[in-house]
Design a binder for this molecule. Sequence first.
Ligand code: TXE
Length: 478
Amino acid sequence: MTDALWFDPAEMLIGGRWLRASDTLPLGNPSDGTTLAEIPRGQSRDIDAAVAAADQALRGEWGRMTALERGRVLARIGQAVLDRVEELATLEALDVGKPLKQARADAVALARYCEFYAGAADKLHGETIPYLDGYTVLTLRQPHGVTGHIVPWNYPMQIIGRSVGAALAMGNACVLKPAEEACLTALAFARIARDAGLPDGALNVVPGIGAEAGAALTAHPGVHHISFTGSVRTGQLVQEAAARNVIPVTLELGGKSPQIVFEDADLDAALPFLVNAGIQNAGQTCSAASRILVHRSLHDDVVARMAARYHALRVGPALDDLDVGPLISARQRELVEGFLAKAEDLTVAAQGQVVGDGGHYVAPTLLTGATPDHPLAQAEIFGPVQVVLPFETEAEAIAIANGTDYGLVAGVWTRDGARQMRMARDLKAGQVFVNNYGAGGGVELPFGGVGKSGHGREKGFEALYGFSQLKTVAVHHG
Ligand code: TXE
């Protein structure tokens, strides 16, 4: 077990108690292929216990807290996370394989989510509605109850922050099922949150396999809302399970996001965003800009300038803090290599250099020569691979950008103000960035997709609506 572990990762948190599951799973280190630790292999009985503990919390100290008090607890958790950014970043880097500076940014974002939702906890309230003579009608904003959170392995800290943070702010009690590939920071966060005063049962963490603990959580009749981030296929299963219990579900299912470079773009400003948004976290980012659409007049110039950056990219162990780390697992690397095998008809404009050894490394690859309907221009690859596609007109750019099953994020680079507004209106995406791409991290910015990218919005104030429900009270007083 690594020295960076300051707790026993084989324990899960249920109702304020750290417990062992009947079985464990090995947690891989993506940087060298070794085993980092054994983690709990939660079963449906553990999910049953966690849901019961969450339900108990709603009827106990946690459920009785005012919005102000919940906000104060979240504020203390945010500060405690900030105090431990380095420890959390090291765990995330080891577990996910992302370079330390990226893991550090994720830990700061986790703190920022806690801070944001701490401040927001007592800011969302109901209304009064003019109605019939002799009536007063008001709306109450209330928690769903027990919320299930199924988190993937690519950004555990950020995704926990955005979904658990907002759910707790609204007074829900959470059952969190982190991914089997990466769950150390979920367990660490739960410890930090408890030490900061989060009451027992308000947050329960049960690691395990998706088809076991994950499926048990989504099917559980005691769960009142599910927040899921992951693949389209699993998202469909989650939504089917939620439909059987008739509960709301928020799905964030990734994308094939474009950045569109018009002929009047400020290329010096665009270049870092074009490349970074493709290779950050080795391309395993839901909002990765995996398609770069470039006006034909600039195509060769942009490709040459992106290629120069690609040639300088170095890929190695997370703790060496290079530009790019390994992929999460051998399975993910095989998936990405499978896509690259379908790129034989394309041109490799540039590749980065793998200096690491023994881990799940893939050289970042910049591809040209694809048509918009090529498999590599359509599928979410979830690796450090970008495809550059030329276009002639604004209408063609929109058609290509909107021409996939997804619609999560889009970026537009142009100095033309009217075009900026037309693109913002016409692009099929939950977020459109103009002359930037994901700048500032976006804790405050509502986020979610259209089409196969999912539905519902997390992040920002908007998430608070999703993690609560409205009750209308009509009082007849004459
Ligand atoms: O995803 P899964 P995987 C995409 C990306 C990637 C592909 C496969 O394209 O290559 O998905 O990744 C839990 N019931 N994204 O296999 O299966 C699982 O334990 C309930 C995009 O890792 O969706 C984990 O906690 N839960 C994405 C979570 O679902 C189940 C992030 C995600 O796993 C379950 C990750 C089940 N039946 C992958 N089966 C993004 N949007 O950022 C699995 N899980």
